[in-house]
Design a protein around this ligand. Structure first.
Ligand SMILES: Cc1ncc(C[n+]2csc(CCOP(=O)(O)OP(=O)(O)O)c2C)c(N)n1
Ligand SMILES: [Mg+2]
Length: 549
């Protein structure tokens, strides 16, 4: 076997069952080798789309996933999606053919690019190719996860692999991680009167073990359960779940988090979004943070208690140690009154608002609530970036954390459509809903051809304000000209039909009847809903975001 064949076979042996990409000469053989070994190849229209599809697939399936691109421009076309994956620590292998002669038109400094975006990097060599692939896969799936660029030098790919045997690796998870000293954390949990847990991305990896461990501990010490946006859905169904902490927090969640005397962040880096620039943490509140990555501890704000380790192991150990104490833990916030308030006010749709729909445009809140009602409960919600993004994030409920795909680590627009395609391929049993702005939709519109060709259960909702609404609301109030960020109205439903998707225009609630019919089945073609939304003012979470610029 040659090097390319061993790479393909080894990746399949390490569990890669899907590879997304655009095939050129440099990745032709390695992609075929992966397919021959049993993986499914999904051809995208653009490498940027392929990268986000791979990212979305990996996030929602929890599986190691591959992206396959051509050398040079294939890599750079994919960059934004790769950066999002790298910042989110998505377990993804980027199969990147490498030109080694700087005189080639295709030459780029691949290792330099990987280093500059915080991705892992590994180059295969003929005498160690299976070990090189194994090491790349180990880095991708171990610990908090990593996106790894696997360089496949063109002049090496066709050489015979001198050692072709499969190499296995032992995942870090297989070893029993040590339990660190927990005394101060146990004391804080035992004495807190109003503890709140905030779980982040670190609690969403792998199985539901983290949820079980955290809910057991929260029950024992009377804590309420919140999440960062990246972990939305983690505690779905729990009566003490107050949903997202941060800009998307309901008024009730805001009140309860700011009223906490102890906040424990589990696999959550407490960034400016989750804490609203620190304002959700009251001055006297004790803050504890548990994270696998020592660099995450105290990275964004001062923490009173920092514990480095596996959060599931630590939560279980805390539960055991608290149980062995003689004094029962205080009741915390789990009172009948709070429980009743969470049931009555815990969702954004329960918060009163004045519907601002007018003749030709629908209020995005009214649209989102109606969608929440017509969508099946088993759904995956995928969000692009922009002014609109909070409406679907806040008003659409999700069944669990795999049901929410939030690709905001790089704050790029234009990733959501492709992330949703990857998510839909990962969970064909669920209806995937991509929520996009018109700007992000048009940026990625080429992938509608992929959506139409593959035909997974996919609804694409475009919050269409004929503008880069985020910029309009950022600069408009200061009297700046807005011609560079506003556009003529575009018939996105007609564009969708041109690609072979179903397309409807929604200006009123009645227009959603066509969406209801589509949901009823057979859903064989993706549906694009061009929702002409009211956009008279900035969304409240965007006001928050502007402070971070
Ligand atoms: C790739 C990229 N280009 C530009 C931006 C700057 N940007 C942030 S939000 C936004 C507007 C997005 O417009 P749209 O998708 O229609 O959503 P809206 O804000 O109108 O709701 C832009 C251009 C970005 N974040 N990412
Ligand atoms: Mg817009």
């Amino acid at each position: 076997m040659n090097v390319a064949e061993v790479v393909g076979r080894s990746l399949a042996a390490h569990g890669v069952d899907h590879v997304f990409g655009v095939v050129g000469s440099g990745n032709f053989h390695v992609t075929n080798a992966l397919v021959a070994a049993g993986a499914r190849f999904v051809a995208a229209a653009h490498e940027g789309g392929a990268a986000s599809m791979a990212d979305g697939y990996a996030r929602v399936s929890g599986r190691l996933t591959a992206l396959s691109v051509h050398q040079g421009p294939g890599v750079t076309n994919a960059m934004t999606g790769i950066v999002e994956a790298a910042k989110s620590r998505t377990p993804m292998i980027v199969l990147a053919p490498e030109v080694t002669s700087a005189r080639s038109n295709f030459f780029i400094n691949l290792a330099g690019i990987a280093a500059s975006i915080g991705a892992g990097f590994r180059r295969v060599a003929p005498d160690s190719v299976a070990a090189d692939v194994a090491e790349a896969c180990r880095c991708a799936v171990s610990g908090a996860g990593q996106t790894v660029v696997l360089a496949l030098p063109l002049d090496v790919q066709s050489l015979p692999a001198t050692v072709a045997a499969h190499v296995t690796f032992v995942e870090d998870d297989d070893a029993s991680p040590p339990v660190p000293e927990l005394g101060p954390l146990i004391d804080a949990l035992a004495t807190a009167r109003r503890p709140v847990f905030i779980a982040g991305r670190g609690a969403t990896r792998g199985t539901s073990a983290a949820r079980a461990a955290l809910t057991a501990l929260a029950e024992q010490c009377g804590a309420l359960l919140a999440v960062s946006a990246a972990a939305k859905g983690l505690f779905a169904g729990d009566p003490w779940y107050i949903d997202v902490s941060g800009g998307f927090a309901t008024p009730l969640a805001t009140e309860l988090i700011t009223g906490a005397d102890l906040i424990v962040a589990w696999g959550c880096i407490l960034n400016m979004w989750t804490t609203r620039h620190g304002r959700l943490v009251s001055p006297g509140t004790t803050v504890a943070q548990i994270d696998l990555d020592p660099a995450a501890l105290g990275a964004n704000r001062r923490v009173d208690l920092a514990v480095c380790g596996d959060l599931t192991v630590i939560a279980r150990a805390c539960t055991e140690q608290l149980a062995s104490r003689h004094a029962p833990p205080p009741p915390g916030c789990r009172t009948p009154e709070i429980r009743a308030r969470i049931a009555a006010e815990g969702r954004w749709r329960d918060v009163p608002y004045v519907d601002e729909s007018d003749a030709g445009r629908i209020d995005p809140r009214t649209l989102s609530i109606a969608l929440d009602d017509l969508l099946p409960a088993q759904r995956t919600v995928v969000i692009d970036s922009g002014n609109f993004m909070g409406y679907p994030s806040m008003f659409l409920t999700v069944p669990d954390t795999a049901g929410f795909c939030f690709t905001q680590a790089y704050q790029s627009i234009g990733l959501g459509l492709s992330s949703a395609l990857g998510a839909a391929i990962a969970r064909p049993d669920r209806l995937t809903v991509a929520a996009l702005g018109d700007g992000g939709f048009l940026m990625s519109v080429a992938e509608l051809t992929t959506a139409a060709r593959i035909g997974p259960p996919l609804m694409i909702v475009v919050y269409d304000d004929a503008a880069y609404g985020a910029e309009v609301h950022h600069f408009g109030p200061h009297g700046h000209p807005l011609d560079t960020v506003t556009f003529p109205d575009t018939d996105l439903a007609a564009i969708a039909r041109g690609f072979g998707c179903a397309g409807i225009t929604v200006r009123t609630l009645d227009d959603l009847d066509a969406a209801r019919d589509w949901v009823a089945g057979p859903r064989d073609r993706p549906l694009v809903i061009d929702a002409k939304v009211v956009s008279s003012r900035a969304s409240w979470w965007l006001e928050e975001a502007f402070r971070g610029h």
